[in-house]
Design a protein around this ligand. Structure first.
Ligand SMILES: [Zn+2]
Length: 103
C-alpha cells in the first residue's frame, strides 16, 4: 500500500480524531471523480456556462436553439445536475415572471 492509501486508511479508521474531515474529503473527491467520469467530449464545464446562462435561457424561451451558439454548454447542461438545476430555475422564473419588468 502506498503512503497516500495508508494515510486514508488511518484517517478513516473509527476513532481517528480527524475522521469526519477525512470522510468529507473522500466524498468530495468521489464527487469530482464522478463528474470526470461523466464528462462528455466538448463539455464546456460549469464556469463557461455561468455567465451565459441567462442568455442561453432567453434564447430557448424565444424558441431559438442555444446549442448552435453554445454547444459546449448544451452538452454540459445534459451531464451536470447542478447547472441543470440552475438552468431549470431560470426557465421556471422566466416563465413565471417573464412578463414583468425586472425593475
Ligand atoms: Zn456544471
Amino acid at each position: 500500500m502506498d503512503a497516500t492509501s495508508r494515510r486514508w486508511v488511518e484517517q478513516l479508521s473509527p476513532g481517528h480524531p480527524r475522521r469526519d474531515e477525512a470522510v468529507a474529503r473522500l466524498h468530495e473527491t468521489l464527487g469530482r471523480l464522478d463528474d470526470l467520469l461523466r464528462a462528455e467530449e466538448g463539455d464546456a464545464g460549469c464556469d463557461a456556462g455561468v455567465p451565459i446562462l441567462d442568455e442561453y435561457v432567453d434564447m430557448e424561451l424565444r424558441g431559438e436553439d442555444p446549442s448552435t451558439r453554445s454547444p459546449g454548454t448544451a452538452i454540459h447542461l445534459r451531464v451536470c445536475p447542478g447547472c441543470r438545476a440552475d438552468h431549470d430555475g431560470l426557465v421556471e422564473a422566466a416563465r413565471r415572471f417573464g412578463d414583468l419588468d425586472p425593475t
